[in-house]
Design a binder for this molecule. Structure first.
Ligand SMILES: [Zn+2]
Length: 134
C-alpha cells in the first residue's frame, strides 16, 4: 500500500499485492471510514486497485511518539500518511459521521518534512531484502 508520491491534487500509490502504481485523485478519497455505525477517523481507505481488485487502508500514526528509526523508509512513509490524512481532514474530505473536530490529525511539522523530503513528497521503494516484498 505504499504511497510513492503526494502531489497537490493526487498521489501515486503502489498496490502491495500486484505492484501496480496508480495515481489516486485526492478528491477520490476521504479521511476515516464509517462502517456499521462505527467510525474510525484514523484510516484512509484507498480506491480499489484497478489491477487486482484489492482494497488497502492507510493508517495514520496513533500517537505523538517519535518513530524509533528516524529517516528510515517506515518513518518517511508514516510522515507521508500523516501528511495525506491531515490534508484530507483540513480539506473537509471526511467520512460520513466525522467532522474536523472528531477527526484528530497529526500533521508533521514543516521542519520535519523539510528535513526528510527535500525533493518533494516522494518516497522511492525500500531496498529489497531477502524475502522480497515486505
Ligand atoms: Zn493491485
Amino acid at each position: 500500500m505504499p504511497i510513492r508520491e503526494i502531489r497537490a491534487n493526487d498521489l501515486d500509490q503502489e498496490c502491495a499485492k500486484c505492484g501496480r502504481v496508480v495515481a489516486v485523485p485526492v478528491n477520490a478519497i476521504v479521511a476515516g471510514i464509517s462502517r456499521e455505525g462505527q467510525v474510525n477517523s484514523n484510516v484512509v481507505a484507498m480506491p480499489v486497485c484497478t489491477g487486482c481488485g484489492s482494497v488497502e487502508f492507510l493508517l495514520r500514526s496513533p500517537s505523538a511518539e517519535d518513530h524509533p528509526s528516524q529517516g528510515s523508509y517506515g518513518h518517511k512513509h508514516k510522515l507521508l500518511v500523516d501528511t495525506l490524512h491531515a490534508k484530507l481532514v483540513k480539506g473537509g474530505r471526511l467520512a460520513q459521521g466525522l467532522t474536523p473536530d472528531t477527526a484528530p490529525i497529526k500533521e508533521p511539522p514543516a521542519a520535519v518534512m523539510d528535513r526528510w523530503f527535500k525533493d518533494g513528497l516522494k518516497l522511492p521503494p525500500p531496498p529489497k531484502t531477502d524475502g522480497g516484498a515486505q
